[in-house]
Design a protein around this ligand. Structure first.
Ligand SMILES: [Ca+2]
Length: 410
């Protein structure tokens, strides 16, 4: 169904093709920056007080281990065997530095260190590293084999970065700093090297690269009443599109006409979850990593209402100083709707996903109704999740419905 309708008001989504290979200058990691205060253990002349410490191993780590100074590499070398604990999710040993007067973390914000591992030393599982020093590092961890690594002389190099809790760093003087090397269902049997254990007041990004090539969208796209034009070639909109919803409105039909036309072209629509919500690159460039490297927003922007858009209000407030949307369910949902509207205004197609509950539940609210996605609800009628007559997970669907409705009224 759906039938022959006009293109409606659907915005053309930018078809994004990554613009060339940027020439990058790599920011050297570990170089001190202006104003940086550090304490460094680089093992250029001995173990600097670091020793093997299996005091927390218990029965979890039965393979035995050791640690010695590797003079040739200028690193600390651990000899580890997790092969007797392959079934264990948490097989733990490590190294430590102990200082009688206590370790002063107060000037520092971050602990960095390099971990080198042998890619041939295991067939399954992985290593996880943590730091323990009273409450300074909380429960942070780094899953070593899942972290981007550099290849160095046949070894894999991973830089671990753990934040110091500034509150505890002011208050505590732990006598010991432990670096725990935890085997997770692994048969790792070999060496692990540690180097450049560094406390610093400056947080750095190991893989930060600065592009020197101006961003440019290489796909030229335009639309007319009857056709989509991609890089000079026209693709006529289908006169009819068959949709599951017989009541699909003109905008929906136009969207599918557009998608069908794109599908017939050589262009590809690039999609990115929460393209303007979550950012890995520098905040001062734009609100979208995609835009930073291509010049336009992702063509398809996904929004996931897992956790009732938890954290969206905070992200929105970061991007819009003064917005002051409260960190409540209602605030987060409102922020998600506002993020969505902004993306739509910039040409994106917005998708909304939710983690569905088991529909066999006893919620009195009609699932059929919540999934219809056709009612428009003005923003002023947004209701808080707490007032809904359904379970939390079913509420999530309702929230999705409400958010879709907010988007559709933009
Ligand atoms: Ca070294």
């Amino acid at each position: 169904m759906g039938g022959q309708r006009g293109r409606g008001a659907v915005a053309l989504a930018a078809a994004v093709i990554l613009a060339g290979t940027p020439v990058c200058s790599v920011t050297a990691f570990g170089e001190p920056e202006a104003g940086e205060v550090t304490r460094v253990w680089n093992f250029e002349d001995g173990d600097q007080g670091w020793v093997y410490d299996d005091s927390w191993s218990g029965d979890s780590f039965q393979g035995g281990g050791g640690c010695e100074y590797d003079r040739e590499k200028g690193m600390l070398r651990l000899n580890l065997d997790y092969s007797l604990n392959t079934d264990n999710s948490y097989s733990q040993t490590g190294v430590c530095l102990a200082e009688e007067e206590g370790i002063d973390f107060s000037p520092y914000k971050v602990l960095n260190f390099d971990v080198y591992y042998e890619p041939e030393a295991f067939t399954t599982g992985q290593l996880v590293v943590k730091a323990f020093s009273d409450n300074i590092f909380g429960d942070q961890s780094c899953r070593v084999m899942e972290t981007p690594a550099e290849d160095v002389d046949g070894l894999k190099l991973v830089n671990v970065s753990l934040s110091c809790d500034e509150k505890y760093a002011q208050r505590e003087r732990p006598g010991k700093l432990m670096l725990l090397i935890i085997g997770e269902y692994t048969d790792y049997h070999g060496y692990v090297w540690l180097d450049n254990i560094t406390l610093s007041n400056v947080k750095k990004e190991k893989f930060l690269k600065e592009t020197t090539v101006p961003v440019k969208t290489k796909t030229v796209i335009s639309g007319s009443e009857g056709a989509l034009n991609v890089n000079g070639t026209s693709f006529a909109y289908a006169k009819e599109v068959k949709l599951a919803d017989p009541n699909a409105d003109a905008q929906t039909v136009a969207l599918y006409q557009y998608l069908k036309a794109v599908g017939e072209s050589d262009a590809t629509l690039y999609g990115h979850m929460e393209d303007t919500v979550l950012k890995a690159g520098a905040a001062e460039l734009s609100d979208s990593d995609t835009e930073d490297v291509t010049g336009s927003l992702a063509a398809i922007v996904g929004m996931d209402c897992g956790g009732l858009f938890g954290g969206f209000a905070g992200k929105y407030n970061e991007r819009h100083p003064g917005a002051e949307i409260p960190d409540t369910n209602e605030g987060n949902i409102r922020a998600a709707a506002l993020f969505s509207n902004e993306a739509i205004e910039r040409g994106a197609i917005v998708t909304l996903s939710s983690h569905m509950p088991n529909f066999s539940g006893t919620c009195p609210y009609s699932i059929r109704r919540t999934l219809s996605f056709t009612t428009t609800v003005p923003e002023t009628s947004l209701i808080s999740a707490g007032t809904l007559p359904c379970s939390a997970s079913e509420t999530t669907i309702l929230i999705a419905h409400r958010t879709i409705s907010l988007i559709s009224t933009s």
